[in-house]
Design a protein around this ligand. Sequence first.
Ligand code: SF4
Ligand code: SF4
Length: 336
Amino acid sequence: MAINVTINWRKTSTWRGLVQWSFLAWILYLGIQFGRFVEHFTSKGVTAYVARPAGVDGFLPIGGLASLKLLVTTGQFDTLHPAALVLLLTFLAMSLLAKKSFCSWLCPVGTLSEGVWKLGRRILGRNFMPWYWLDVVLRGLKYLLLGFFVKIILVDMPSAAVAAFLRAPYWALSDVKMLHFFTRMTLTTLVILVVVTLLSVFIKNAWCRYLCPYGALLGLVSMLSPFKIRRDTRTCIDCGECTQTCPSRISVHTRLSVINAECTGCLSCVEVCPRNSLAMSVRGVRRPLPRWAFPVILLSVYIVGVGTGMASGHWESALQYNNYQQLIPLIDRFAP
Ligand code: SF4
Ligand code: SF4
């Protein structure tokens, strides 16, 4: 039986999906390359050497926060995982300019999470939400987690301690430990992942909505973004389609504009509106942005951010082949 799949290239969701899944594929490729890099040293040179992809530092946001403190307090840029700070700064800049768009356009966890709740909706016919009061309480969890990391790293940790941490073997090998988090998964980790995945089948973006401290940080920064979804009340017929569609459960149809830390700039509400009453707009400017402009802006921030890091020499680790040769076989001693 022939399956007829029609792709509508005029839809924003088509382009967003393309960006999301391409980025996820790229991250998987980097992960595989990094796995081969580590395997070369673990096998003591039996397997082939591949260059370390610096982009894996994106999985070290907490270390990136420590690097940010080092940069602000001493002017020094971390040399062991500089890409962690470059990517953190890039995503902060992206949120400052283009809302929390990292979450709905680039984040691989967000992409998988969206795939899972869409699958859940297909199987169950709908997604579910906890009671409003419980939803509010649970949403607070990610801010608590963010507050915890901000307190211990940005507030409590003296600069000298941050500098010492960023020179220690633990930090040098934190990328390998992150790899082992996935490749040598403990039963506890597996159970947590299964529970979060199952939750995501029922609840849209359960991890992102309730637990991700990175998303919490980007959401708070995004409140300063000059962009917002604006509703034209002259043409709106109050059908509520936008609110029904919003994966962040924002009551779009009751607002003149959406300025909300949960808004990821996914543009789903804009796409679904039958009256073209919604558009991404710049605060204080009446004329709405063309639909292509917002994705172009956020992707430009990403390209400029990473490009600047690379061009300024803050991308590749200062660790050399012989450093990894010494450190990786000892990882369980340095980084239990
Ligand atoms: S308000 Fe619109 S752009 Fe923001 S998260 Fe909801 S659907 Fe996406
Ligand atoms: S989908 Fe469009 S027409 Fe319907 S309530 Fe939302 S803004 Fe109004």
